[in-house]
Design a protein around this ligand. Structure first.
Ligand code: MG
Length: 373
């Protein structure tokens, strides 16, 4: 028996959908949610949203769609090994980045800065929930995707905890309680996926050498040394990829073992215990957590704060600010249904929803048309 089967979220315990639906003859409820997420427009838009490196630099770098697929396979592996509900984890991983605006974190920072002028803020988890609840329109009987409670809850909680009243719009989502393990592990699978992918893409972009990583991350250095002994004749790029594969394995193994140990030590006997355990039970084993901290630090220095990406980030923020301010003062410049929505709602709110849903390419095209002269 898989080690944490007793903590698996059983699909038959779902709190169900907002609008009741008949069950499907051969797909379970979480499988249906997975399929709804894959067929959503927001899923396809991930293809043209920046993960870290803007599109056009290389054909080989990750975008938010390929990142999502990487997170999904890591999450499924971990869920399967621990005996958790693989279908629930899969659905959550596929939807975990739906709420990201164009231009990755610079987009989020700029929308946040614009909303702050109105005493509000932008949060991609809350925006992701609005997408699946309201903006996706593909069913005759209800707005949104009508996902099960656990998938909606996991989408807002995978990377944040909140207390009652902290986000009034989330009061239905068991504030103060942790989500099931299937959702908790998404945040860590996400972190493993982007740290190792950014290492790969940054290395391809020539931002650092293998020795630079080895000097900053001892766990990588050990794997790197083994690879050097095993494959001295292989091309450098292949030796790097061998070491990177070893690093992913080390971190994923660390997530499986860390979570397993924490769950055992907590005495949690069922999903309700997981929900009530204040520190999240999904976690990395100590050495994997240390390596993750070192990796993050390394990536900040060599990739995220690198001048090439900084300049791009400034340009992206300026573009979003310009577009936001235009739509805020002249909401009729937005297409329908946004323009009419802005007659009954604050134009800044509508402008935010419209811009946040854009892909990088669409935003560039729109700005080029609007600011031609
Ligand atoms: Mg992500």
């Amino acid at each position: 028996m898989a080690p944490l089967e007793r903590l698996r979220f059983p699909v038959e315990s779902t709190r169900g959908r907002r609008y009741p639906e008949a069950s499907h003859p051969y797909r379970g409820e979480f499988q249906r949610d997975r399929d709804r997420l894959v067929h959503a427009r927001a899923f396809r838009r991930l293809e043209d949203k920046t993960q870290v490196f803007p599109a056009g630099l290389s054909d080989h770098f990750r975008n938010r769609l390929t990142h999502t697929i990487e997170v999904t396979q890591l999450a499924r592996t971990v869920a399967q090994r621990l005996g958790l509900n693989e279908e629930l984890s899969e659905a959550l991983a596929l939807g975990h980045d739906f709420g990201h605006p164009p231009f990755a974190h610079s987009g989020e920072e700029e929308l946040n800065a614009q909303l702050a002028r109105h005493g509000s803020f932008f949060n991609h988890n809350l925006h992701g929930l609005r997408i699946v609840e309201h903006f996706e329109q593909r069913y005759a009987m209800f707005p949104g995707l009508n996902l099960t409670f656990e998938v909606r809850e996991g989408l807002v909680k995978h990377s944040m905890d909140f207390e009652p009243g902290e986000y009034p719009e989330l009061d239905d989502y068991l504030p103060g309680q942790r989500p099931p393990l299937e959702a908790q592990l998404i945040d860590l699978a996400d972190e493993i996926a982007y740290n190792t992918a950014d290492l790969d893409d940054g290395h391809s972009a020539g931002m650092f050498t293998r020795d630079d990583i080895a000097a900053a991350v001892p766990a990588y250095a050990a794997i790197h040394e083994t690879v050097e002994m095993q494959f001295p004749g292989a091309p450098e790029k292949v030796r790097f990829l061998e070491a990177l594969r070893g690093l992913i394995d080390f971190l994923v193994g660390g997530l499986i073992e860390g979570t397993w140990r924490a769950a055992e030590a907590s005495g949690a006997a069922n999903v309700e215990d997981v929900r009530r355990h204040r520190p999240r039970l999904a976690c990395l084993r100590g050495d994997a957590a240390t390596a993750t901290g070192e990796l993050k630090q390394f990536l900040h220095t060599h990739v995220y704060n690198a001048p090439q990406l900084q300049a791009e980030r400034e340009r992206a923020r300026a573009l979003i600010a310009q577009l936001f301010q235009l739509y805020e003062s002249e909401p009729q410049r937005m297409p329908e249904p946004y323009a009419s929505q802005a007659r009954s709602e604050a134009s800044w709110r509508v402008a935010c929803d419209y811009i946040a849903g854009m892909t990088d390419g669409y935003l560039h095209k729109t700005a080029a048309q609007l600011f031609r002269d």
